[in-house]
Design a protein around this ligand. Sequence first.
Ligand code: BGC
Length: 359
Amino acid sequence: MKKGLTIVLCLVLVFSFAACAQKEKATIAEIKVGVSMPTTSLQRWNQDGDNIKKQLEEAGYTVDLQYAGDNEIPLQIQQIEDMIADGCKILIVAAIDANQLSGPMTAAKEAGIPVISYDRLIMGTNAVSYYATFDNTKVGNLQGQAIVDALDLENQAGPFHIELFTGDLADNNVNFFFGGAMDVLQPYIDSGVLVVPSEQTTTALCATENWNTEKSQERMEALIASQGYGPNGKKLDAILSSNDSVANGITNALVAAGYTEKNFPVLTGQDCDITSVKNMIAGTQTMSVFKDTRILAEQTVKMVKAILEGEEVPVNDTTTYNNGTGIIPTFLCEPVPGNASNYKELLIESGYYTEEQLG
Ligand code: BGC
């Protein structure tokens, strides 16, 4: 009799636990998360969007994922405003222009909606609660170091010729990518081992609007024309490029000028985009920086959960990223250098790409 009662009680407990879990899932599903991405034109943001959506949905949330066309700022503003009006409880935003979102950010703050700045820091607004990104200074350091290693600058007197390219000035990351690379390269420029023949060394002069491939191609073509670079002309030893979309434009210009994998200058990149991985395998691009968007999505989803459940939010940097209103608590993921020697392990064995995608 007693045994029977125990069994009944246990069953009641099991069912009520199951009912609770069910209810919790249903409640979580009522929570809508707004995800605003800058563009569909670059491979990485499509991957970012997919990864975040998938992982948020696995955690039970409802997701409103929007892309602002091809870097259309008014559209991004509109989409964020719609997310707020549609009752999103939290926003994840990768800004096109760091300085142009204060309107919708103020609206989010007034509605009590926390904002996570995703990959790129939104500037000049105190509505940003947290920032999830990769260690952007380290990205630049890795690119600079790859040039130092490839040209063996420690042991050579040079002078080696280098030209410098970075991304869009409205992207706060550019300061960290370019700054991190120049921290490594500047001593060699100062000592004359590296020379920038065009003398274009400021972030503004080296910028690429919207990180656009055609724009970087145009600038490289102009440098080839003005400096006389070429396989049979003035030597060009290295090009610093802050990412792959910019590197691809540089590659197009160099290939058109007659460079082949036999005499290609050292060329850096970032993102391990498929085109660039193929170029690394072919021997034109020297390196890229792999930023595993699955890991960034995972960290961002952890932040979302912690914020919504009122728990301690995981961050590992509370000193580096000031958006003009104060330090934004940040989680930095680890960037890793990628090249023709390690891409298989890094990108294929990790399941990021299939062999066919890179074939
Ligand atoms: C990202 C890079 C990307 C670039 C262009 C930057 O903010 O951190 O990974 O290549 O934007 O989309």
